[in-house]
Design a protein around this ligand. Structure first.
Ligand code: CA
Length: 242
């Protein structure tokens, strides 16, 4: 009996919180989560969504932006102060994508409605996998600090300084910076970065995600973002750091 209980525990389904006020969409999402082998809960407004998110019992949160009582931006920002659960923003408008990515509300990803189911599932899987890897991965003691001129990345403390001043970065921007800094001079295509940093298979990713993140990193790191000293563009190819 004991063995059986442990086995059930080990195979515990991942649980997804769906924050969505449109009933049809919420039910469509719920049905597909169930089909894909996930447990789920639905919250139909922002206040309830935040309350549930803060319980910390979810492996991932699908968050609509336009919600009654509290909008998705606010839910995301407040949730992020307390929990590290991956958050995927589900937005109806293509134009909102850059806004979402640029706002630094702490979202991990986004999809646009109407979403393609396979794409959404691939992103859910990638985000859950990355979150659980982060939990397990520990950096090797001897390679804990990367120094590139004034730029110092402390891998143990997830801490970045530039000429002694702290550089506040979102988790994803930090991951991108570390990935580039571990391979100085190596040019990565945007597709490679999507796959290696965001964890997508190239087919599903949106390369604008990389452009927006690079732009944001430059604004944080470079004295003059238009004349970068660290983060360079190889025209027609991709990005590199040196
Ligand atoms: Ca809505």
């Amino acid at each position: 009996m004991q063995g059986q209980i442990e086995q059930t525990k080990a195979e515990k389904k991942k649980k997804i919180l769906i924050v969505e006020d449109e009933r049809n969409i919420a039910q469509l999402l719920a049905y597909n989560m169930m089909q894909a082998g996930y447990d789920y809960d639905i919250a139909a407004d922002g206040v309830e969504g935040l309350r549930r998110a803060l319980t910390g019992e979810y492996d991932l949160i699908l968050l609509d932006l336009m919600l009654p009582k509290m909008d998705g931006f606010e839910v995301c920002r407040r949730a992020r102060e307390k929990i590290n659960t991956p958050i995927i923003i589900v937005t109806a408008r293509e134009e909102e994508v850059e806004k979402v990515m640029g706002l630094e509300i702490g979202a991990d990803d986004y999809v646009t409605k109407p979403f393609k189911l396979r794409e959404l599932l691939a992103r859910i899987k990638a985000n859950i996998r990355r979150a659980s890897n982060e939990f397990v991965k520990k950096p090797e003691p001897e390679e804990n600090i990367i120094k590139i001129r004034g730029l110092v990345i402390d891998l143990n403390r997830y801490h970045v300084t530039n000429h002694g001043a702290e550089v506040p970065l979102t988790k994803k921007d930090y991951d991108l910076l570390v990935h580039l800094a571990k391979n100085p001079g190596r040019v990565f295509t945007r597709e490679e970065l999507l796959e290696q940093v965001w964890g997508y298979e190239g087919y599903y990713g949106d390369i604008r995600t990389v452009d927006v993140a690079i732009r944001r990193l430059r604004e944080k790191l470079e004295a003059d973002p238009t004349k970068p000293e660290y983060l360079f563009t190889k025209r027609g190819v991709g990005y590199y750091l040196k």
